[in-house]
Design a protein around this ligand. Structure first.
Ligand code: FAD
Length: 489
């Protein structure tokens, strides 16, 4: 790869010729909101921010970057939790929030065609008039963009039954670093050629810029009920997750909260959770009235047989909303327990839930840092929130080390280092423990096929082989996640 020419003054002139003046930002104060995404421990001021208003302007930015060899980082809403949208110091940060038009809702074919900056929730809001909605629902859905969802292959509470972003995206339009437009997938069930549509879901802004997304819409279920189940131990709650799935029921969502998360949520919003429980499960059932009644009775029976200390089904929609409130407010509620928290994201086989939660407890003791667990139990997608104080000497380092050990634990039981938040800059080292050198090399070759000069989101998602050698060799689990080359505040 040739050296990148940084801070070439002609670039600003070229950008101002291609985009309206208010879409090119160089003033440090105006650039400040773009220096970090949801991983606020890492910050980097970009050289230039551009906010294109049309796909043609996106193409112009790409061509300027290619011709002038300037690194480019694409940003949706900046809610990512792994630093995927962290800017490059000598690069352009391209925010797509102005590409926010819903281009088409087609109720007959149950699809929506939208620009990449459209907020996740806005799709369901627009489709509601036809009795339809878009199923993947990250907790950030009020803010995050569909382009960011595709780049991260985002999940959410209801992905257990309805699948991740990749299962709900039918087609994409994107621009390569060359400025060429690719159309992937479409409205039919299958398409010839390599499955590049699947490849782009979860590609973390490394291969191309998504400029249009066609998503599948589903009918809004006739009814929903939420069952709350409390347990006296984490192990019992973990075991009950397997029992529900093994019974053949596929809940719309199956979430778990531990005692610390329950207490925090109760103190914050008063959702009516039992504060003496070691863990609760929230099991949502949806479908026709008959279906939901039958499954609800089955879950209540099953859970009583699992020695649940409390089992309760929502009486009506208002009761269901209230019961969800604690789960939905869990992150901000836990945020009140300590000055900072570090939200981890790893996935494990469901059957290993109990032992992994116990091991996380031990790590909490080892590092002297409290942990709250609130997560998508049905998917085996863990979110331990490590509580720390960034101003206390050494605590951030300990939190990072502990996070690294949690991810190593996930890989050790046959899981992965990410469930839905991506790798970004956060989990580069953890990737060394997940993949062999041959596999990582193949990832780099794939990236080079789309972006030979390595200008698109450089340094993210896939670690270099040299980096892996440095952190301890391939397939050696390690405990330290570092954020090198990044200014930390
Ligand atoms: C409170 C909170 C709760 C969350 N809950 C969930 C959850 O339940 N499930 C979940 O999966 N995630 C969750 N997230 C993480 C985050 O919201 C998702 O990863 C989301 O998909 C990011 O979307 P975004 O628009 O903010 O993308 P950004 O953060 O702006 O970008 C994320 C990545 O996508 C790339 N990108 C963005 N737009 C494009 C595009 N048009 N073309 C190519 N690449 C692009 C960026 O380069 C970057 O690598 C949560 C975050 C927060 C803060």
């Amino acid at each position: 790869m040739n050296a990148v020419v940084s801070n070439d003054p002609d670039v600003v002139t070229l950008l101002r010729a291609a985009l309206p003046a208010h879409c090119v930002i160089t003033d440090p104060r105006a650039k400040k909101p773009f220096e970090t995404d949801g991983l606020t421990a890492v910050k980097q001021m970009p050289w230039i921010v551009v906010l294109p208003e049309t796909v043609e302007q996106v193409r112009a930015v790409l061509r300027i970057c290619r011709d002038r060899r300037v690194p480019l980082v694409t940003r949706g809403a900046g809610t990512g939790l792994s630093g995927g949208a962290r800017p490059a110091a000598d690069g352009i940060l391209m925010g797509l929030s102005k590409l926010s038009r819903i281009l088409e809702i087609d109720p007959d074919n149950r699809i929506a065609r939208v620009e990449p900056g459209v907020r996740n929730l806005a799709i369901s809001e627009a489709a509601a008039q036809y009795g339809l909605y878009y199923a993947p629902d990250p907790s950030s859905q009020i803010a995050c963009s569909i382009g960011g969802n595709v780049a991260e292959n985002s999940g959410g509470v209801h992905c257990l039954k309805y699948g991740l972003t990749v299962h709900n995206v039918l087609g994409l339009k994107l621009l390569t670093m060359e400025g060429d437009e690719l159309t992937l997938g479409g409205e039919t069930l299958d398409s010839p050629g390599y499955d590049l549509l699947a490849l782009f879901n979860g590609s973390e802004g490394m291969l191309g810029v998504v400029t249009e997304v066609t998503v599948r819409l589903l009918p809004i279920p006739a009814t929903k009920r939420l069952v709350l189940v409390a347990f006296a131990s984490l192990d019992a709650a973990a075991g009950a997750v397997g029992k529900i799935i093994a019974s053949g029921i596929v809940p719309a969502g199956l979430e778990m909260m531990d005692a610390r998360a329950i207490a925090a949520a109760e103190a914050f919003v008063g959702a009516g959770y039992p504060t003496d429980a070691a863990a609760i499960l929230l099991c949502e059932l949806d479908g026709t009235h008959d279906e939901v009644d039958e499954q609800c009775a089955q879950v209540l029976r099953l859970m009583r047989a699992q020695n649940a200390t409390e089992v309760r089904a929502s009486r009506d929609d208002a009761d269901r909303e209230r019961m969800w409130l604690g789960r939905k407010a869990a992150f901000p509620a836990i945020g009140r327990l300590a000055p900072d928290y570090y939200c981890m994201d790893g996935t494990i086989p469901r059957a290993r839930l109990g032992e992994v939660l116990r091991a996380i407890d031990k790590l909490s003791e080892k590092f002297g840092l409290a942990v709250a667990n609130v997560f998508h139990a049905g998917d085996g997608n863990l979110h331990p929130l490590i509580l720390y104080d960034a101003n206390a000497p050494g605590e951030l380092d300990r939190a990072e080390m502990m996070g690294g050990e949690i991810l190593a634990l996930c890989v050790g039981v046959g899981g992965t280092v990410t469930g839905e938040h991506g790798v970004g800059v956060e989990k580069l080292d953890a990737m060394c423990g997940q993949f062999s050198s041959a596999e990582l090399d193949q990832f780099h070759r794939l990236k080079a096929a789309f972006d030979p000069a390595g200008l698109m989101n450089p340094g993210k998602a896939v670690p270099t082989l040299a980096r892996c050698a440095e952190v301890g060799g391939m397939h050696v689990h390690h405990g330290k996640i570092a954020f090198p080359e990044i200014e930390r505040f």
